[in-house]
Design a protein around this ligand. Structure first.
Ligand code: ADP
Length: 393
């Protein structure tokens, strides 16, 4: 049996996972999947490294998080996966000002992370619950927390501030930024893909998945990003609204008499592509739809990316490369084309064929600004942090 590293992203009703061969630093993937429907009709689905389904299992009715975790660890030991989990890396949304690097979790660290729950109420408590459950089930198994905020610890204060009284900044109301594991992977990978010189320059990465954000980097460090105090800020997403006039929240509260729970549901779950189209949060569905509302939602999506591209380019003082990544960024040629057409002002000239075939470089040879498509690997990044942290101990 080989050693393996399990990577977990624990949510309220699902646990996404990936399993990596932990025998060496290359960390090839063994399998991945998710347990969905926790608390109701839970189902464990796992896929091998060739994306073929290897497990599709109905778990017991009402299966809770602890039972789902056990099912996962058991799967890691099955013949298909044929490995022994030696450590677990967790995606934890918020490290706040406390953690700017991954950390091996103990009771004290968990207590500190608990204090950040109010900053990400929909994600952080579930991330931490996953760690607690495993600590109880398998107390000797090392667990490492990797933070979505950590990569943005290099943001200058100017980029972190909102126009609020400064005591609120001191109390932690500031821009943290998210999708940091994706951007960190890019910062490490881009020199080998787009060239060391370009990667050391001014680069904007557009992470466009269900969650959407952009990050402007100089010398591979985050200097500006669209997500803020929470992962609601910035660009419109699958179901999240992106930036808003804060007066709207007051109006919803005071005039429409919505409760804070209703507003949270509206902003996190019912807005973005889903809310605007009234059809779906899935870009594939919207692209295939003839409905005006679907077209308008896509129009708004690409309009906002272009607007942010302009603002970020100004902040960086120019731009040396644009990179698309995540579900939409990696797979949706029409959305990339629309963005690049709007961003002709930046000197982008698209190579239509390259774009359609999702090659690495999708800009034409005579494009002033090179544009790239680079797949992200957030889970692998967590496995690598976990491996490194354990190896250093
Ligand atoms: P998450 O943020 O949950 O990790 P992903 O990175 O998987 O999400 O991205 C999900 C998004 O990617 C969805 O909007 C989905 O429609 C979109 N997507 C995936 N494949 C395609 C495709 N071939 N064309 C257009 N959009 C796609």
């Amino acid at each position: 049996m080989k050693d393996s590293i399990l990577v977990l992203n624990s949510g309220s009703s699902s646990i996404k996972f990936a399993l990596y061969d932990g025998d060496g630093p290359g960390l090839p993937i063994i399998g991945y999947g998710q347990v969905s429907g926790i608390g109701t009709t839970a189902r464990l689905q796992a896929f091998g490294r060739d994306n073929a389904a290897v497990v599709d299992l109905q778990l017991q009715k009402g299966c809770n998080h602890a039972q789902a975790m056990l099912a996962l660890v058991d799967w890691g030991r099955t013949r298909e996966a044929s490995s022994s989990v030696i450590a677990v890396g967790h995606r934890v949304v918020h490290g706040g000002e406390l953690f700017d690097t991954p950390v091996q979790v103990n009771k004290q660290v968990l207590d500190q992370l608990d204090t950040l729950n109010p900053l990400a109420p929909l994600h952080q408590p579930h991330n931490l619950e996953g760690i607690r459950i495993l600590a109880k089930l398998l107390p000797n198994l090392p667990q490492v927390a990797c933070f979505d905020t950590a990569f943005h610890s290099t943001l200058p204060k100017l980029a972190r501030q909102f126009g609020l009284p400064s005591d609120l900044y001191e109390r932690g109301i500031r821009r943290y930024g998210f999708h940091g594991l994706s951007y960190e992977y890019m910062a490490e990978t881009l020199p080998g893909v787009i060239g060391a010189e370009a990667a050391a320059g001014r680069v904007i990465v557009a992470h466009m998945g269900n969650g959407v954000s952009m990050c402007g980097m100089i010398e591979g460090r985050s200097v500006v990003t669209t997500m803020g105090f929470t992962a609601l800020d910035g660009l419109p997403m699958g179901t999240r609204c992106g930036d808003l006039d804060p007066g709207i929240i007051l109006y919803l509260l005071n005039e429409l008499e919505m409760s804070s729970a209703q507003i949270a549901e509206l902003l996190y779950e019912q807005s973005g592509l889903l809310g605007m189209s009234g059809i779906s949060s899935d870009m594939r569905v919207l692209l295939q739809s003839n409905a005006t509302s679907a077209r308008e939602a896509i129009n708004f999506f690409v309009y906002r990316i272009n607007r942010e591209l302009g603002a970020m380019t100004a902040t960086l003082g120019g731009l040396d490369a644009l990179v698309f990544t995540a579900g939409i960024g990696e797979h949706s040629a029409p959305v990339r084309r629309r963005i690049c057409e709007l961003a002709a002002w930046a000197g982008i000239k698209l190579d239509t064929r390259a774009n359609e075939s999702h090659t690495l470089r999708i800009s034409a040879a005579d494009s002033t600004l090179p544009v790239w498509v680079v797949p992200t690997r957030e889970e692998w990044m967590i496995a690598r942090h976990t491996y490194r942290l354990l190896s250093s101990h």
